[in-house]
Design a binder for this molecule. Structure first.
Ligand SMILES: Nc1ncnc2c1ncn2[C@@H]1O[C@H](COP(=O)(O)OP(=O)(O)O)[C@@H](O)[C@H]1O
Ligand SMILES: [Mg+2]
Length: 269
């Protein structure tokens, strides 16, 4: 793990409010190259908001984001993509009726080089080749690249979504609940895939409810509670009990005065 030196991505004092809800409150967060950070916290803790602030979906109300040491402003998803930040959302955004190759290249279909009408045609052969290369590099086994994605298992779909996020050659990958709703063997596959992202020296942020999965894959565990940093742990130096304590606030004297109000879905100022 390249935990020394400048983080790939660093947030300092990032806050985000939705109407009465302080979803993020002066959060400092960092991920280094070759590091997996587990981002945990109860429902409504601000995990998705943090990821969306990095991914350019929500711009922070205040705070600083640095990428490779340089202050950046991420005003939209394209800015995040251009920097080299890829996000795999919980709903995966795959097209069930398209095959694996088509899903990987959705929105970035390649055209053959060359003059005239030929250049407008999608280069199916090239895309299939690159898909096969990418999946085999990641040791992802999908029965056929021409399978419709809707016919794949949950674990295979997750792997396709992760593979797709790598096509732009990102440096940071954000994964929102990649193992939710997966069975044990499929979870294992996805955790293996996350380890391979680390081997490629990517910085990986994994949101998960499942502490067993987090401990299985994360180098560092970052706990949010009611929008605030509630703890940061090295995975090998802590226990599930400590992390649960930070998640629930047990042992920190509670925070009855926290101005975060819970359970306020979908309200805009
Ligand atoms: N678009 C939004 N509009 C209003 N409130 C929101 C929005 N997104 C999130 N919130 C609120 O912000 C808080 C943090 O939400 P979220 O980041 O989704 O938490 P988590 O992913 O940890 O479950 C919650 O109280 C949630 O209701
Ligand atoms: Mg969430």
């Amino acid at each position: 793990m390249a935990a020394d030196g400048t983080p790939l991505l660093e947030l300092e004092g990032v806050s985000k409010r939705f109407g009465p809800v302080q979803a993020l409150d002066r959060v400092d967060f960092a991920v280094h190259a070759g590091e997996v950070v587990g981002l945990v916290g109860d429902n409504g803790a601000g995990k998705s908001t943090l990821v969306k602030a990095i991914a350019g979906i929500h711009s922070p109300d205040q705070g600083t984001i640095r990428f490779e040491g340089e202050e950046v402003r991420i005003k939209g998803p394209q800015d995040a993509t251009d920097l080299g930040i890829a996000t795999v959302y919980q709903d995966l955004a795959l097209c069930d009726n398209l095959d694996v190759v088509a899903n990987l290249f959705l929105g970035r279909e390649q055209v053959s080089a060359g003059p005239g009408q030929v250049s407008r045609q999608l280069d199916e052969v090239k895309m299939e080749h690159e898909t096969a290369d990418l999946l085999s590099n990641l040791a992802v086994t999908i029965p056929s690249l021409r399978s419709e994605v809707g016919t794949l298992s949950g674990g295979q779909r997750q792997q396709v979504a992760v593979a797709r996020s790598l096509l732009g050659d990102p440096k940071v990958v954000l994964l929102d609940e990649p193992t939710a709703a997966l069975g044990v063997p499929q979870t294992k596959q996805v955790l293996e895939l996350i380890r391979r992202l680390r081997e490629r020296d990517l910085g990986v942020v994994v949101i998960s409810h499942n502490l067993v999965d987090v401990f299985a894959v994360a180098d560092r565990i970052f706990v949010l509670r009611l929008g605030r940093t509630a703890g940061e742990f090295k995975a090998e130096e802590t226990t599930e009990e400590h992390v649960v304590g930070a998640i629930t606030g047990v042992g920190d004297g509670g925070d009855k005065n926290n101005h975060h109000s819970d359970e306020q879905e979908g309200e805009k100022p």
